[in-house]
Write a protein that binds this ligand. Structure first.
Ligand SMILES: *Cc1c(COP(=O)(O)O)cnc(C)c1O
Length: 388
């Protein structure tokens, strides 16, 4: 047996040598922004819990009530026995929230991307994808077996050139797919230009709003931010970030939702989410839709953090809660994260393959639940470490 495992041991050793080895640390959550480990308190600056709603009283109560009323697990896939009544309500509410005709819930954002792209697109079709798109988009493209054409990050001339070349491919469905807020850089795709090109060249547009829902505009996401409500063919989102729960969804025309119910394998062949997951997501969505103070607070905190970092000569021109502090070197990223950790701050060192080679970074995220004092503390510490 040892011999058969040797290859894996060797391959892991190579990862260690390149400072690319990954391992898991388990924490005890204390609040939306604090966790503990071995009795020590840490400030969380790496989470996507953008509005801090994981610890919101109403959201927690909604999840508890759902358990009381409907039990813990769903017991089956959506098409067999697992589609409890909460799904119907959530999908209606999502469609309204995203100004779409219909919506469909998946178990994770990852599964929503993989299932939607591979479900809609087939061998003869063409996907046109930004080079920095999330791994779940890339996996969906691969599974679809469609032809995949990748354009340089946000390069609209390159996208236009690709579409021009495909002009006479009327036999194929053409799908442009992009993150709206890029997960590791925090920058925003030029959706207005993408939609313009798509309508000119007869392509569908799919945006991944994982980091935009609850963040951009009044929280409705990238379509609202760009004044493109009702104009984006497929809007994908996740409940796992600002919506404080688990699960993913797409909002689209009814015909596309019907098609996905029949073709998206990650939707068909997996047990439906539990009542507590859905109830928490619904309550978080309700809060964002009716009270914009959380989104406003988040945007305020982003501006404050930018200012504090500027004072430390760390210039990050982000318009989102994602602050990429690019240090390039894998070791350096790990070292800075380690020093911060010893000071009681958790910030992720992001290395390849999550980002391109030589683009290792610290990915700092700000939430609505952080205090000014906490943001100031983190900026100062970062300033001290990076000046050395
Ligand atoms: C997190 C993320 C996903 C996956 O969502 P999960 O619900 O965590 O599976 C998809 N796309 C992007 C851009 C993401 O950042």
């Amino acid at each position: 047996m040892k011999d058969k495992l040797n290859r894996f041991i060797e391959r892991l050793n190579i990862l260690r040598e390149e400072s690319l080895y990954r391992s898991v640390t388990n924490y005890t959550p204390l609040s939306a922004t604090h966790v503990s480990k071995d009795g020590k308190d840490y400030l969380m600056m790496a989470s996507n819990n953008y509005l801090g709603l994981t610890h919101n009283l109403q959201v927690k109560e909604a999840a508890k009530k759902a358990v009381e009323l409907y039990g813990t697990g769903s017991g089956g896939s959506r098409l067999t026995s697992g589609s409890h009544i909460l799904f119907e309500k959530l999908e209606q509410e999502l469609a309204v929230f995203k100004s779409a005709e219909s919506a469909l819930v998946f178990n994770t954002g990852y599964m929503a991307n993989v299932g939607t792209i591979s479900g809609l697109m087939s061998k003869n079709d063409i996907i046109i994808s930004d080079e920095l798109n999330h791994a779940s988009i890339i996996d969906g493209c691969r599974l679809s077996r469609a032809q995949c054409m990748v354009y340089p990050h946000k390069d609209m001339n390159a996208l236009a050139d690709i579409l021009k070349k495909l002009y006479d491919r009327n036999d194929a469905v053409k799908l442009i797919v992009t993150d709206s807020v890029f997960s590791m850089d925090g920058d925003i795709a030029p959706l207005d230009e993408i939609c313009y090109l798509a309508s000119k060249y007869d392509a569908l547009v799919m945006v991944d709003d994982a980091h935009a829902t609850g963040v951009l505009g009044n929280g409705h996401g990238s379509a609202e931010y760009f004044n493109l409500k009702g104009k984006i063919d497929i809007q994908l989102g996740t409940f796992s970030k600002a919506l404080a729960s688990e699960g993913g969804f797409v909002a689209a025309k009814q015909v596309l939702v019907d098609y996905l119910i029949n073709h998206a394998r990650s939707y068909i062949f997996s047990t439906a989410l539990s009542p507590a997951d859905i109830a928490a997501a619904r309550e978080a969505l309700h809060i964002i839709a009716t009270d914009n103070s959380y989104v406003k607070k988040l945007q305020e905190n982003v501006a404050i953090m930018k200012k504090y970092l500027q004072k430390e000569s760390i210039e990050i021109c982000t318009q989102t809660p994602i602050f990429p502090i690019v240090v390039h070197d894998n070791d350096l990223a790990l070292n800075v994260a380690k020093i911060l950790y010893d000071d009681g701050i958790i910030l992720s060192a992001i290395r390849p393959p999550t980002v391109p080679k030589n683009q290792s970074r610290l990915r700092l995220t700000v939430t609505a639940a952080h205090t000014k004092e906490e943001l100031h503390f983190v900026a100062e510490k970062l300033g001290q470490i990076l000046k050395k």
